[in-house]
Write a protein that binds this ligand. Structure first.
Ligand code: DNO
Length: 355
């Protein structure tokens, strides 16, 4: 596996210098942030990230994300032009040495939580989702803005988008995903890039808007659209693990064995029976997922893709981008290093090759 860390560019309070000090760190996960979704990324901006990473002994080979504009997801008039631009971004990134591009197909809202800084008894804070609170919200009626959402839309635009997606429905969204994949996957193959779709977070419809990258049945359906390693998953344990329907430990093994996981986001959630959840420290005992089983499944399948510790709590008095502070993600990285070392040694033992 190649250990990686998300970096939000020069304005990120977590510097590349700090990232490079985390043991075993290999890749920088970043993006060009000042270009609107749908537009082409200037080569110069892409190469700047690469140079900055190399200065710290790191490799810029993972992008998160090249956002898919709403026009593509809706199959609107501009979809063809934007898909062309998307293909051009894949080619450019491939030329710059990028091997994996993460994206998602979530309508309007990216990840959704009801609180970004829920305080645990130990004084740490983390992102949580309270399903009752979510049920009480209606974005068509109230002026709400939940964490993780694109703040650039006006209320009127959001209203229009929500209505358009309600009309489109799940099958309409599938159809648009299919057209998009049929165009971009051959380009990715040629560019030597693996496209890694991020699951919907949380993995169920919200506000009557369809969400389709949610569970095993739908992941199978998505992967079958283009049966190629270039059409793979960004397997996010936290996103899939916040759906009561998902057995994450088993799903990881299944898709890793088929070589359809290009990128792992590993984080922990504590899931309640009603579907509410809280993000926790990475260790298995803190939440609902068995992290050793997840890592072991990857190692047993011979996984050689990218792994990053995902959202961390805010600890040690740190302030910053919710989920993306340095300390808890660095602890997560250290923990993952330990799990991988143990699982690899265990595997060698099982194969009779000793330590
Ligand atoms: C949240 C992230 C997501 C992810 C996108 C991928 O912290 O995991 O925002 O980057 O969904 O497109």
């Amino acid at each position: 596996m190649k250990l990686s860390f998300r970096w939000y560019g020069e304005s990120d309070p977590v510097s590349l210098r700090y990232i490079s000090q985390i043991p075993n760190m290999h890749s920088v996960v970043s993006a060009v942030y000042d270009v609107k979704p749908g537009e082409v990324w200037p080569m110069e901006s892409i190469l700047k990230i690469r140079e900055a990473s190399e200065k710290h002994g790191l490799v810029f080979d993972v992008v998160e994300s090249v956002p898919v504009p709403e026009e593509i997801k809706l199959g609107a008039e501009k979809a063809t032009e934007y898909t062309e631009n998307y293909c051009e971004n894949i080619r450019r990134l491939g030329k710059a040495g990028v091997k994996c591009i993460t994206y998602n197909f979530m309508p309007v809202f990216d990840w959704t939580r009801t609180d970004l800084a829920f305080e645990a008894p130990d004084g740490s804070t983390s992102l949580v989702m309270d399903v009752d609170e979510l049920k009480g919200l209606d974005p068509l009626k109230e002026d709400i803005s939940l964490p993780g959402w694109d703040q650039s839309y006006t209320k009127e635009e959001i209203r229009g988008l929500i209505e358009a997606y309600r009309t489109l429905g799940e099958e309409g969204l599938w159809k648009n995903l299919e057209s998009f994949l049929k165009k971009i996957i051959p380009v990715a193959e040629e560019a030597g890039v693996r496209m890694a779709i991020h699951p919907d977070d949380p993995p169920y419809p919200i506000f009557g808007i369809p969400r389709i990258i949610t569970d095993e049945t739908n992941l199978d359906r998505m992967l079958a659209i283009a049966d190629s390693p270039a059409n793979s998953l960004c397997f996010c344990t936290g996103s899939l693990g916040s759906g009561l329907q998902n057995n994450v430990e088993e799903m990881v093994g299944k898709y890793a064995k088929r070589d359809r996981i290009a990128f792992m986001h590993i984080r922990q959630v504590k899931l309640s029976p009603d579907g509410s959840f809280a993000e926790k420290g990475h260790i298995s005992s803190a939440g609902s997922m068995d992290m050793y089983r997840i890592v072991k499944a990857l190692v047993d399948a011979g996984f050689d893709g990218y792994v990053r510790p995902d959202h961390g709590r805010m600890i040690f008095g740190e302030t910053g981008k919710p989920g993306y502070g340095l300390y808890d993600r660095a602890l997560g990285a250290a923990y993952l290093n330990g799990l991988f070392e143990a699982a690899e040694k265990e595997k060698r033992k099982e194969e009779g090759k000793g330590q």
